[in-house]
Design a protein around this ligand. Sequence first.
Ligand SMILES: CC(C)(COP(=O)(O)OP(=O)(O)OC[C@H]1O[C@@H](n2cnc3c(N)ncnc32)[C@H](O)[C@@H]1OP(=O)(O)O)[C@@H](O)C(=O)NCCC(=O)NCCS
Length: 170
Amino acid sequence: MPIFKKEKKNKNKTVETNENPLQIINNCKIGEGTKIWNFVNIYGCEIGRDSMVGCFCEIQKGVKIGDRTRIQSHSFVCELVEIGSDCFIGHGVMFINDVYPPQPDPSMWKRTVIEDGVSIGSNATILPVRIGKGAVIGAGAVVTKDVPDGTVIAGNPASFMRFSSAGNKE
Ligand SMILES: CC(C)(COP(=O)(O)OP(=O)(O)OC[C@H]1O[C@@H](n2cnc3c(N)ncnc32)[C@H](O)[C@@H]1OP(=O)(O)O)[C@@H](O)C(=O)NCCC(=O)NCCS
């Protein structure tokens, strides 16, 4: 009987270009068990294990997405966005990095961080903010300010509705 467990082989793969003509995937690091549906355009990003990217999503270079996170169809995840693990990004969620477009100089763009366990409703627009752990963003929200952990927000501009049942436990 071996005393130590055999180290699990890291099966994350780097997809430089893909063979499926219905997907455009270039230079991405994609974790084991992650499912990418057809009609995506994703490049230069990192996606963890057991995640999912739905049809018609674009994910730009430098984006990092954690494990078990679901990006539903028609969403756009731009450069300078980081999404944690166990997140739900609804259909047609739009992230923004250039607040005064078009600014060709990327040093003028701003960063967005989505912490673990966040749920973002369909058709939400996320300006450059930090969304705290376990927060819930209503469908159609326009998020213009940082969102504290475990809160539910909605509306345009999005504002506090209540605390989520899952959040704010720490
Ligand atoms: C934000 C959300 C979580 C709130 O759910 P809830 O706490 O059960 O809220 P309620 O339905 O009790 O509504 C409470 C109030 O907020 C309003 N409201 C609910 N969702 C809203 C939204 N997305 N934007 C603006 N107002 C909203 C309701 O009209 C209601 O207003 P009133 O008090 O004036 O009548 C939910 O409505 C939502 O948007 N979920 C996202 C769903 C989604 O996009 N899923 C994607 C996969 S299908």
